[in-house]
Write a protein that binds this ligand. Structure first.
Ligand code: DX5
Ligand code: ZN
Length: 218
């Protein structure tokens, strides 16, 4: 299991002062930033486009973990990687060629991963286990920050961890949605090594302590 990494979600930042808020993420000692891209179709909300990532890229060394919540992710992996995404994750629910999309992400030089919603069986990601750097298990229905963590998803991350061990693979296991200091230890026990947190990070009184708390989980 990989060392724990906290990936604060930019969705919970102040969108009129992203650069300053991202400096705050660096000052808290974080190495990753989670960037949520929504299309108003696959999920009922809109967020950022490739230009936001391109404009942030020269301002930060953070590893940009770009989560595409789009009906047509295959059309956007290239613009986001050219803009500076270090990793791109794509949902398995829309109808497109997921394997081809993962190959394209790798050819373009970024890390790749698949994402699945709380209502999607874990079997849906099994075909991609040896093709990905990371698997993201949504712990809320995607679209909005500030929702409650769905603990039932941890059965699925435990299954991913079991597959990872059986098959001798080393993909990371990420959770996203409602993650906080209270549920992070249960996530860790269920095989999670990558923790997205929007609200809990940006509202924490001491963000450095919040990060340390997560990244020191055994
Ligand atoms: C939800 C997004 C999340 C969101 C998490 O659709 O994918 O990344 O920012 O926010 P919190 O941590 O507030 O649930
Ligand atoms: Zn996300």
């Amino acid at each position: 299991m990989g060392t724990p990494i906290l990936a604060p979600s930019m969705l919970a930042a102040d969108h009129t002062r992203l650069a300053e808020d991202i400096k705050g993420v660096e000052q808290a000692g974080c190495s990753w930033l989670h960037v949520d891209i929504m299309d108003g179709h696959f999920v009922p909300n809109l967020t950022f486009g490739p230009q936001t990532v391109a404009d942030l890229r020269p301002k930060t060394k953070l590893f940009l973990d770009v989560h595409l919540m789009l009906d047509n992710p295959q059309d956007f992996v290239e613009p986001f990687i050219k803009a500076g995404a270090d990793q791109v994750t794509v949902h398995v629910e829309p109808d497109y060629d997921v394997s081809a999309c993962l190959s394209k992400i790798k050819e373009l030089g970024a890390k790749c991963g698949v994402v699945f919603n709380p209502g999607t069986p874990v079997d849906a990601v099994e075909p991609y286990l040896d093709a990905v750097d990371i698997i993201l298990a949504m712990t809320v229905q995607p679209g909005f920050g500030g929702q409650s963590f769905q603990a039932s998803v941890l059965k699925k991350t435990a299954q991913l961890a079991a597959w990872r061990q059986e098959k001798g693979l080393d993909f990371r296991i990420e959770v996203d949605g409602g993650v906080n200091a209270e549920n992070a230890p249960d996530c860790r026990k269920a095989g999670v090594d990558t923790f997205v947190a929007g609200t809990a990070f940006f509202k924490a009184a001491d963000r450095d302590a919040f990060r340390l708390n997560i990244e020191s989980l055994a």
